[in-house]
Design a protein around this ligand. Sequence first.
Ligand SMILES: Nc1ncnc2c1ncn2[C@@H]1O[C@H](COP(=O)(O)OP(=O)(O)OP(=O)(O)O)[C@@H](O)[C@H]1O
Ligand SMILES: [Mg+2]
Length: 412
Amino acid sequence: MPSARDIIESILERPSVFKSKEKLYPEHLPSYLPHREEQLKSLAAYFRNILLEPGSIAQRVLLVGGIGTGKTATARRFGSDFRALARQRGINLEYVHVNCHRDRTLYLVVQEIARQLRIPVPPRGLSAQEMYKIIMKQLENRDMYVIVTLDEFDYFIEVAGNDSVYFLVRTYDEYPNLAKRINFIFITRSLTSLGRLDSATESYIVRNVIHFKPYTSSELYDILKYRSQEAFYEGTVDDKVLEYIADLIGVDNGGSGNARLALEVLMLAGTEADKEGAQRVTIDHVRRAFTHANPNLSIMINDVIRHLPLHELLLLLAIVRLLRQKNEAYVRIGEVEEEYRNICEEYKETPRRHTQIYEYVNDLKRRGVIDARLSGKGYRGKSTLVGVSLGPLEALEKFIQEIIEIKKGEPS
Ligand SMILES: Nc1ncnc2c1ncn2[C@@H]1O[C@H](COP(=O)(O)OP(=O)(O)OP(=O)(O)O)[C@@H](O)[C@H]1O
Ligand SMILES: [Mg+2]
């Protein structure tokens, strides 16, 4: 019997597709942000006055965009690089990033700003406003400027309320002669959450807005390509695999355009490959990863499959079998029809006609069981391609066969 030590060692020594998996963790800040160049340029343009005429204005910029569109990463990347560039120019600038999901009150936010700037404040007895004054004074003493990002700002608005927001954005109104040292970046998923503010306060926040759109498939492909080169050994992840993930999640293909989800699926697919001791990440590893990342989706689709009519099940079986055989993300509908006819023979069923098959394909697509699209690059001529995003396909094939057996046994 192997000892515990042997078991542990066998895992430690097993080769992995990952060169450095932690590069895919959400807390890792990448050096490059493909397709966020415009947003970085806008940030630089809004904040350049800190370098040109330090203290002249207190800048405020709002970043708005859906989940996983790179708002946090862009703000942190900008903060870190802008700080370095300011220091090269002899300007003492700090970047502070506060997550308002964690720190939702004015007191907690101000305390967190002081902590990150290493400004000592008495642990208790002071109001948020008094603490803020200490920070302002210290910045003055240190001749320091700061850009503060209030990330997930919606939570701050909801909990801390209008007056707290007003307090932060109007700081310098009370002291017109003071050098303006505190600048803000606010981050929110949508502009509607600002509706809770009164219009005067809101107008202060929405003056400079930078939008983050959900990523398209080709944008996600570039992001995945770059991030995979950092995280995986060369040759372990095919472009085909990256294209497939990008296809599933790109907003132009009906996905959410969420880069976090795309990176999570990539990481889980690599983990699946490692679990099997596989040397490369395959399309089916991606399907499994996608299933893990969307547990509700797979429950829902299993339920849909259970209630499909017999010939739609036979067609779905044809699709799954072909995808397995070919080890591809998609197969052509022409091949599927052929396979479907073979399967009908196997189950002693009369195949349905061509037009009916097209209706089945549309129905399966509408129900979210399959993915259907027109062929693009890499295929000759135009034809419909179909794919299945949940996996592993082996388990799915078994499941479909079971349901077919049940339906065949039922009196019709
Ligand atoms: N353009 C990009 N290039 C490389 N990685 C990216 C890019 N955009 C996003 N990412 C990565 O995707 C993940 C999600 O990005 P981020 O956390 O910035 O999204 P977000 O807009 O703040 O989302 P949320 O609203 O959910 O907080 C992070 O791991 C980030 O590093
Ligand atoms: Mg974020």
